[in-house]
Write a protein that binds this ligand. Structure first.
Ligand code: FES
Length: 113
């Protein structure tokens, strides 16, 4: 299966999403795919609006793991202090290792489809 060979090569990471109600969901995330897009590929519609790093609807906190945040993130939405404290915008976040993320809304707001 292609996804396993990509994971062995280090190109796909496991992203654990923990919602405010304690529910946890796991998605596989390619290095060239943001977390919102990866979640959609797993049938999970996370909160988002602009998908361009401008609105803040997809804000989350990284509890562990390495990631890259796109330079297109608006400093009005995510300040340097926010970034230093582990805040990210999932539409602009790319996994560089397995990640654990915390979302400040309940799992029922993320629509499975
Ligand atoms: S969806 Fe607007 S900043 Fe991510």
């Amino acid at each position: 299966m292609a996804i396993h060979s990509e994971k062995a090569a280090g190109h796909v990471h496991t992203v654990i999403l923990e919602f405010a109600d304690g529910a946890r969901q796991s998605v596989s995330c390619g290095e060239h795919e943001d977390i919102i897009a990866s979640s959609l590929n797993h049938g999970l519609l996370l909160l988002s609006e602009c998908r361009q790093g401008a609105c803040g609807a997809c804000r989350a906190h990284v509890d562990s793991g390495d990631y890259e945040l796109s330079a297109s993130v608006s400093s009005y939405v995510l300040t340097e202090a926010d970034i230093e404290s582990g805040q990210v915008l999932l539409c602009q976040t790319y996994a560089r290792s397995d990640l654990e993320l915390r979302l400040d809304y309940d799992s029922q707001l993320a629509s499975p489809f």
